[in-house]
Every structure is written in structure tokens, then in C-alpha cells.
Write a protein that binds this ligand. Sequence first.
Ligand SMILES: *Cc1c(COP(=O)(O)O)cnc(C)c1O
Length: 422
Amino acid sequence: MSKHREIGGKPLRPESLMMSYGYDPRLSEGAVKCPIFQTSTFAFESAEAGKAFFEVAYGLREQRRGEKMGLIYSRLNNPDLEILEGRLALWDDAESCSVFESGMAAITTSLLAYLTPGDVLVHSEPLYGGCDHFVKHFLPRLGVIPIGFPAGVPMADLAAELTAKIAGRPVAAALLETPANPTNALVDIQGLSDLVHSLAAPGRPAVVMVDNTFLGPLWQHPLQHGADLVLYSATKFIGGHSDVIAGAASGSAEVMLPIRTLRTFMGTMSGPWTGWLLLRSLETLKMRMTAAMKNARYVADFLADHPKVPQVHYLGHLAEGTPMFDLYHRQCVGPGSMISFDVQGDQAGAFRFLNALTMVKLAVSLGGTESLAQHPGSMTHADIPPADQARMGITAGMVRLSVGVEHYEDLIADLTQALEAV
Ligand SMILES: *Cc1c(COP(=O)(O)O)cnc(C)c1O
């Protein structure tokens, strides 16, 4: 395996390693690109080798120094997944990564690996609709107590109230989503991590998980700010072409072990085709995310000046001197390419706008090469009762825009004519 990470003592950047890291062409007839290993199972060289692989895979003993772990069965490991996991971990400088067949599979497997009846799960609000449903409607059936707090509130105004709500019960995990979907409100990862770690049961550390789908893996690195686990819907920026559903979780080997083990038993790993598609996507990840972020600034500036757009939520427009501006500069590397904005005329105005778009497609999902727009109140967040939507800042006229890699002047032309229809 080619796992060189430096040349002449200088560390190589992740974007340089995406074409080579972890893949040895000599093992695949010299193929420059990693083939799709479309196989369910792998032949052992001997019965002794098969026995040794299972001892390590089932945790019957530790892997010996220098011992090479072989391939067993594609629910446990597969070359496309192993190479992908090695490459994905580089972006977050994580020790270990596991990939899943969806973002929801990554998030639910991670939560279930750490939660037991009676545990408190602290979570930010709003959460992605699927996560909101799992946390509030499924986990309580297992006896888990979800305790939410609003994104966008500085730690100084949050800590005492949240601690009182937890009321001394053991906190086993936290699920933070920042920036929040669709409002772009921020959560202080370091502040929440410190608080949640201090409220864990003795001898059982709490695991702080951050859904980094909106900014990662380029523009935010939660593991550097006190989090234990970073989660992705790889369907979004990592996949980047709106043609695959996938997820990922990265962290230390110790934090990842129970998650990887549960993945084996629940069968939530991704297949080799998904792995191969994501390997391909990773080669252009930085270019795509950088191009989309540059476009988003032009689009956000245009929207902020438009008379039919009363409000724009964009990380690049946070007002200097506010607590969220300071937090953004501590925690984020760039503003990304997600913009939410209010269209005048509430839902009817937003719908007139969405129906008039010609190049930007009316669809949920985000992070693809093409720009997508949708109405959170009636689409991605329809499951959340109207009063809760209002509390979370999801307004009737709100449109969420995922800016793609088209020419920004063409995007602005489409938005201009669609706003004329409002
Ligand atoms: C899309 C998304 C998910 C769910 O991921 P899937 O790949 O659709 O299962 C979770 N969190 C966020 C923030 C998302 O945008």
C-alpha cells in the first residue's frame, strides 16, 4: 500500500493524496485507478490465515505488531471501502474512518453504538429532518432522553439553562449540527464539548458527535475543537454529483471501534460501487467546494441587495462584533456555499420564486455540482410542527439554496428573473 504522506520531509496536503493514498497498482494488474471489487467474499490463503483474520475481526485478540489484516467478507471490509476510509480520514486528520450506505446510517449507527436506556443525549436544534425524527421519536422508545438546545445562542447564555435541564442525569453523547440546516446558525463546538464532557457519568466519557455535512470536510474541522466524532452525509459535498447516497464517521481508533463493530452487525456499511464513486469524487473535492464557495459569495451579495429579499442567512455576512462573528472566525475556515433567504410574500412568494427558476433545480439535497433550491418549511423540515419551525427561525418565505459550480453570472441571471415573478 502506498501510504507515503510526505516528500523530502514535507507533509503532503489531502488534495494531493486523493489520487494515490492507500492504493497499490501492483495488486491490481497495474491499473492506475482502483478497480471496483465487486465481490461478497475473499479467498483465504490457508485455514490458519482465515482463523487469524477472524480472531482480530471479532476482537478475540489484538492485532500483532506488523501483522497484515486480510480481507474476509464485504460486510466487514472491502478494498474500495478501506482505501476510501484511509483517504477520507486525511481531511479531518482523524485516526480512523468508517463509511456507510447513507448519512443516516452513519449517524444512527454511531448514536446506537453509544446510547443505553436512561442516558441523556444533548442535541442542537434545528437538526436535519431525518436526525430530528430519529432523536425525538425513535430513541425515546429505547429509554434515551433527548435534551435539545437552540443553535445560534452563545455559550455564556446557554450553559446554565442547559445544565439545569439535564438535572444531574448522566450525559452519554451529544449530537451537534453546525451550521444548522437551514438557518446557518452556529453552535460553539469547543464550548459544548467542554460542558458535555463535564456532565458525563464517572468512568464513561461522553461522546460529542458533530454532523459536519454543511461545511466539511474543507471548511470546518470539529475534531480540532474538542469533538470526538465527525459525521457526514457523503451524499452531499463529498459525493458532490447528486448520484450517490453515502455517509461517513471519523474519529480516534478508540471512539470508532464500537461504531465499526456495530456497523458489522447491523450491515450499514456501503457497497463497493458506492465506495468507488466516492473515491472518484474525492479527487475533485477541494476544487468543487472552492468553486462553489466563491460563487456563493457573489450570489449572497446579490440577494442581500435585492428589494424582494428581506433577509439572507449566509456565514460570509455575519456582522462584525457579534458573538456569532467571533465564533465563526474561531471555528470555521470558510463560509461554504449554503445560503438561506426570505422571499417577500411568505409561502406564496417563495413558491412563485421556486416555480420561476429555469437553471437552478427545485430539489432537496445539497452540495452537488448543480445549484438546488427548496422550501424548508414545506419540504425538508415539513415534519417539524409550525410553532417549532417558528421558534427555530424557519420562516414561511424561507428558501434554501445550495450554490453549485455554474458561472455565477448565469446563476444571478436565473435568480433575477425568478425574483421578478414574485
Ligand atoms: C442529507 C443530510 C443527512 C442525511 O444524509 P443521507 O445521506 O441523506 O442519509 C444528515 N445530516 C445533514 C446535515 C444532511 O444534510
